[in-house]
Ligand binder design. Structure first.
Ligand SMILES: [Zn+2]
Length: 233
């Protein structure tokens, strides 16, 4: 299913804009909830194609099956990804339910995975959005996956610079190396670059305007990554 998106009305700084970004986030959260309710079997995904080099993914915005068990949602990562994609003007693929059991990417065949397998140029890099607990410390953790190359290195460099003064960790505590990560799917199966971004819980609340600066900074950083990845040889 494809999610229709209104023409972006993008805030760019200051207090009014934080309020506006926050209210836009709540709209995405409401839309995500109603899209989930309309899915017949509880599994599905929202694709918004903006013909970008970077494609944002959110596999854990809902309770999901992973490595032998059901896991709780990475709270608000679905709506955060829809919002960041809209502001950054990059494509998004957001899982709206993933309860079917799977062990390897070869056998997984739900709508989320099919959208990723069907990606074509100019898509070059999946950036996979997750949520981590505040107790880990950093605001963001970048995971470079099992097979990082030049594009991952470039994206890490840009994100570390653009996300200042937020604290950005790399590969610890989360490196995205396990076989079941979307980063692993991108690097090992799809011929794409891949990077995971874990966002601390304190920056994942659509109802708290104090959380808006992080998603704003993230969206701006993602625009920079998209531009540079597009130009990279
Ligand atoms: Zn996750």
């Amino acid at each position: 299913m494809t999610c229709e998106v209104d023409a972006p009305n993008v805030p760019t700084g200051a207090a009014d804009d934080v309020v506006e970004l926050s209210s836009r986030w709540r709209e995405h959260a409401a839309r995500f909830t109603s899209a989930r309710a309309q899915l017949p079997h509880g599994d599905g995904a929202l694709l918004v194609d903006r013909a970008s080099a970077v494609v944002l993914t959110a596999p854990h915005g809902t309770p999901h099956y992973r490595a032998g068990a059901m896991k709780q949602a990475d709270l608000h990562t679905g709506s955060l990804t829809l919002l960041a994609g809209e502001v950054a003007n990059v494509s998004t693929v957001v899982s709206a339910g993933a309860r079917a059991e799977w062990d390897t990417w070869d056998e997984r065949d739900d709508e989320f995975t099919r959208h990723l397998r069907d990606l074509r140029e100019p898509a070059r890099m999946l950036i996979d959005i997750h949520g981590m607990g505040d107790h880990h410390g950093p605001d963001f953790c970048l995971g470079t996956g099992p097979r990082p190359g030049a594009l991952e290195e470039l994206a890490v460099e840009i994100l570390r610079t653009e996300l200042e003064p937020f604290e950005v960790a790399v590969d610890a505590p989360f490196d995205a190396r396990p076989h079941y990560t979307v980063t692993s799917l991108a690097q090992r199966h799809l011929g794409l670059a891949g990077l995971q971004i874990e966002v601390a819980a304190r920056w994942r609340s659509p109802r708290d305007e104090a959380a808006a600066p992080a998603v704003s900074a993230l969206a701006q950083a993602l625009t920079a990554v998209d531009e540079r990845i597009r130009e990279a040889a």
